[in-house]
Design a protein around this ligand. Structure first.
Ligand SMILES: *Cc1c(COP(=O)(O)O)cnc(C)c1O
Length: 504
């Protein structure tokens, strides 16, 4: 029998499509009863999934059943209402459907003429997102796969501009021009590792990422930035950019943008604002007016995939210096050039703004999610996260043995269990190390329970359990359950450690 050589017949698609929707339905209907994480063994998982390449096409029922039985139970469930690790990257249902539609249309949004309505819609949602986070809506911008590439591209544009101002054409000569001064990037000691990764990708080098000290609240100290810039400029280095963070990864701190921007202006240095996490929280009514103004940035990255209930991947990069991204990345080979030259109003292909050529239709899911919930609906959901985090902060403050350290305005808590001895709190480095181990043990046990998932960081106060709130499905009961789990696990782990303490 010869193999079939076409796509599924549409009636098969209809039948399987209904089965897929049913599976998605069951996944969301049962998610609260599902363990957030399990004890996943990497080797076993790969061994179990590693079969030979199927020689002949298989029945879809079997493929879907394997997905249901072998894949879904072995996932860490980012959509789970008690997933509190990292950042609350969760998919809303309109976003889930939009991803399906996007895959069906399979448009390549590289050029205006390869994707007319997709490019137009990207322009529209970029305006909406800019308005939601308070950036000039007419800034250049594009949708990307993550904040990391966004910061990489912003720093490439900043590098181009900075060296151009000193008479060096990096676009043509790269970093090989004779006499090119050493370029440096400035960011706080709390900035995300994507800044370092950009520096190593761009040939700036990790040694030229200057980590400006942060203050007691983990915010960049503008006077320390001023000192570093003054010192380096006097020594002949070339500041390429400053990266400020609104919502740091460890603690949710926000750098004082106005003061940082003033320092940047004084030295003519590009300011890139990384608001991947914090960017949309100005929407929450209780935070309005209490947050940093991201509009002072020459460029800005925000992550709808983190806080706007849009499925991965969905990041927006903006640049208010007109043409800076295109000056860095525009390069049109003959096979992509328009047959008859550009007509009026035809400039502005998204391929001109980054190194990426082929690019998906990311705008549709943003359009569906923003339209489905509306500005007020998004605001209400962000406000709920802020309120749930406030509830948890209050519970923590009322407990004698738990501390909420490095307070943030965002729904991100850094918790530390510091029970009185034995097990215990104390001033010595050894005592603190013991508390670090206790908190790490609490985190491990909480995550092993499958009841909730949290992640950690190590800050000046020591090892902290990070609780990030913001999943669209999280309720008051979920947060209360998390708190019960944390406190009960804390007492149990403390009991388990106590003999060691007494012996020591
Ligand atoms: C999450 C985050 C990043 C990295 O985002 P990706 O989209 O995963 O690349 C960078 N900076 C900050 C402040 C973040 O919160």
């Amino acid at each position: 029998m010869p193999e079939a050589d076409g796509d599924w017949p549409l009636p098969d698609f209809d039948r399987h499509g209904r089965d897929v929707l049913d599976t998605i339905h069951d996944y969301f209907a049962g998610i609260r009863q599902t363990p957030v994480a399990g004890p996943h063994d990497r080797r076993q998982l790969v061994d179990r999934l590693l079969t030979g390449i199927p020689e002949h096409g298989q029945e879809f029922d079997g493929i879907l059943a394997d997905t249901r039985d072998k894949i879904i139970p072995e996932l860490l469930h980012w959509n789970h209402p008690r997933f509190h690790g990292y950042f609350p990257t969760c998919a809303s249902l309109p976003g889930v459907l939009a991803e399906t539609m996007t895959a069906a249309l399979n448009v390549n949004a590289m050029l205006w003429r390869t994707s007319p309505a997709a490019s137009a819609l990207e322009t529209v949602v970029l305006r909406w997102l800019a308005e939601l986070c308070g950036y000039p809506p007419d800034a250049d911008g594009l949708l990307l796969a993550g904040a990391s590439p966004a910061t990489l591209y912003a720093l490439a544009a900043a590098r181009e501009e900075s060296y151009a101002a000193a008479g060096h054409d990096v676009r043509t000569h790269g970093l090989n021009a004779p006499g090119l001064p050493v370029g440096r990037v400035y960011t706080s000691d709390q900035a995300h590792s994507s800044v370092d990764k950009a520096a190593l990708t761009l040939g700036i080098g990790l040694a030229n990422v200057v980590r400006v000290p942060s203050d007691a609240h983990y915010r960049m100290r503008p006077e320390a930035l001023e000192e570093a810039l003054t010192r380096d400029i006097a020594a002949g280095a070339r500041p390429l950019a400053v990266v400020a963070t609104v919502g740091t990864t460890s603690t949710g701190a926000a750098d004082p943008l106005r003061a940082v921007a003033a320092v940047c202006r004084r030295h003519g240095v590009w300011l890139h604002v990384d608001a991947a996490y914090g960017g949309f929280y100005p929407l929450a009514p209780s935070l309005a007016g209490r947050l940093e103004d991201v509009a002072v940035g020459d460029s800005l990255v925000v992550n709808p995939q983190k806080t706007l209930f849009v499925p991965l991947d969905s990041t927006a990069l903006y640049c208010r210096r007109p043409g800076a991204l295109a000056n860095t990345f525009r390069l049109v080979p003959e096979y992509l050039a328009p047959a008859h030259g550009l007509g009026p109003g035809e400039e502005g292909d998204f391929m001109d703004l980054s190194p990426q050529l082929g690019r998906g239709f990311r705008a549709l899911k943003l359009w569906w999610v923003i339209r489905s919930f509306g500005r007020r609906g998004l605001a209400a959901r962000l406000e709920k996260a802020v309120r749930l985090a406030e509830d948890l902060r209050r519970r923590v403050r009322e407990h004698p043995d738990w501390r909420c350290v490095a307070d943030s305005v965002y729904p991100l808590l850094c918790l530390r269990y510091e029970p009185a001895p034995p097990g215990g709190a104390g001033g010595t480095a050894e005592d603190r190390a013991r508390l670090d181990r206790l908190n790490a043990a609490v985190l491990e046990a909480v995550n092993a329970s499958g009841e909730a998932f949290v992640s950690h960081s190590v800050i000046r106060e020591g090892y902290v359990i990070r609780v990030s709130i913001g999943n669209i499905r999280t309720t008051e009961e979920d947060v209360a359950a998390l708190w019960r789990l944390l406190t009960e696990t804390g007492e149990r782990e403390r009991g388990a450690m106590a003999p060691v303490v007494r012996a020591g």
